[in-house]
Design a protein around this ligand. Structure first.
Ligand SMILES: C[S@@+](CC[C@H](N)C(=O)[O-])C[C@H]1O[C@@H](n2cnc3c(N)ncnc32)[C@H](O)[C@@H]1O
Ligand code: SF4
Length: 371
């Protein structure tokens, strides 16, 4: 029997809709009614999901990872904890003793009581959306919280010795004009000893409010490499394109995606993957209906190559089908340019500089027909 050991839950509500954000989310109009609607969605989605996994021969095993992402899951509150406890119990989904259970938290959208409730259910990891530690950037980014809210959360996590990750963003509007010093901001965050950093480059459409105030590509590349070098010097491993962790504190949940493993998903616009059947599914936002996509062997292999290059897992050269001379030529060029290192003569692992140009390296793969 094929097993499901990881689950992603998408909580779609936020206090305010940040103008750069492309995730599916909404502001609740009537909290009670909106939560009731969301809970009903999850119940109905679960029934559909059971049909799907039974058809493909999967069953639930004790969960090794559970991730509640958003939106702003810390707004789910006590009602969320009570609902999810009963939901898991009724559907006989249990958490493994070692389950990594992550809750995304927004500054200003939580209370100690709410987090204690979630910890009773098993939450043992938080992911905190900071983006920047300079008030003017937070404001320009259209964030609804204040810098004081950010520090209050960091202080709380530090006082609780919590296992937490922080999200930062690079390439923010007005970076050049306001002379953003991202290393100074990282140092402020490092004082709170997060176990993990996620660092994303802001991606927006060309109708974005501050599109013309975005920094140049050179600026962004410089920020990215400086951040990577700085976090490395502070003991964090650059273990995925956008992720850094202290040893043993990698996101186990996200490693499943990067290792192309099975992850179930429930919630409006959440995406799950049944790896053994190369089948991806996506939930429709407004009704608990699934859209399925089954990858061909070639598509799955390509995805595996891309995903393995994204993380420090690296790419096993054995799975490439072209001639070994061509592969050597190409691997040597990457190594000489500082984009990659070779482990045990068989695994290619990208450096921070390589992560930065991952997409063009993938293009090179195609051009040289290495796959
Ligand atoms: C799924 S979001 C939700 C987290 C939370 N609601 C928040 O805003 O802090 C997770 C992270 O994605 C990143 N993100 C959101 N929109 C982005 C964008 N347009 N480009 C790059 N990163 C983005 C942010 O760093 C954010 O913390
Ligand atoms: S709080 Fe997070 S999920 Fe919500 S709108 Fe802002 S960036 Fe998007």
């Amino acid at each position: 029997m094929k097993k499901i050991e990881s689950l992603y839950l998408h909580f779609p509500f936020c206090k305010h809709l940040c103008n750069y954000c492309d995730f599916f989310k909404k502001v609740p109009q009537n909290r009670e009614q909106d939560l009731a609607g969301f809970h009903l969605y999850l119940e109905q989605a679960f029934v559909e999901h059971q049909k799907l996994i039974e058809k493909y021969g999967y069953s639930w095993a004790p969960l090794k990872t559970l991730y509640i992402g958003g939106g702003t899951p810390s707004l789910w509150g006590k009602e969320g904890k009570i609902f999810l406890e009963s939901f898991l119990h009724r559907h006989q989904i249990i958490l493994d003793k070692q389950c990594e259970f992550t809750l995304e938290v927004n500054p200003g959208s939580w209370t100690p009581e709410i987090l204690k409730d979630w910890e009773e259910l098993g939450v043992n990891r938080y992911s905190l959306g900071i983006q920047s530690l300079r008030p003017e950037f937070i404001k320009n980014l259209d964030r609804v919280h204040s810098i004081e809210d950010v520090y209050e959360t960091l202080e709380y996590f530090k006082s609780q010795k919590a296992n937490f990750s922080v999200d930062f963003m690079l390439g923010l509007p007005f970076s050049n004009e306001n002379k953003r010093d991202v290393i100074a901001e990282l140092n402020l965050a490092l004082a709170y000893k997060p176990n993990h950093f996620s660092v994303y480059i802001l991606t927006v459409k060309n109708n974005y409010t501050h599109f013309h105030q975005l920094p140049s590509e050179e600026w962004i590349e410089d920020e990215y490499l400086k951040v990577a070098q700085h976090l490395l010097s502070r003991g964090y491993s650059h273990y995925e394109v956008s992720n850094f962790s202290l040893i043993g504190k990698e996101s186990k949940h996200n490693l499943n995606y990067w290792n192309s493993l099975t992850v179930a998903a429930l919630g409006p616009s959440a995406t799950g993957f049944l790896a053994e059947d190369k089948t991806r599914y996506k939930w429709k936002p407004h009704s608990p209906v699934l859209e399925l996509e089954t990858l061909s062997d070639t598509e799955f292999n390509l995805e595996k190559i891309y995903m393995s290059l994204r993380s420090r897992e690296g790419l096993d050269l054995k799975i490439l089908s072209s001639s070994s001379d061509l592969i050597d030529l190409f691997v040597n060029r990457w190594i000489q340019s500082g984009y990659a290192t070779l482990e045990n003569d068989k695994k290619i692992i990208l450096t921070s500089k390589g992560f930065l140009i991952l997409d063009s390296l993938m293009d090179e793969f195609f051009r040289l027909k290495l796959i």
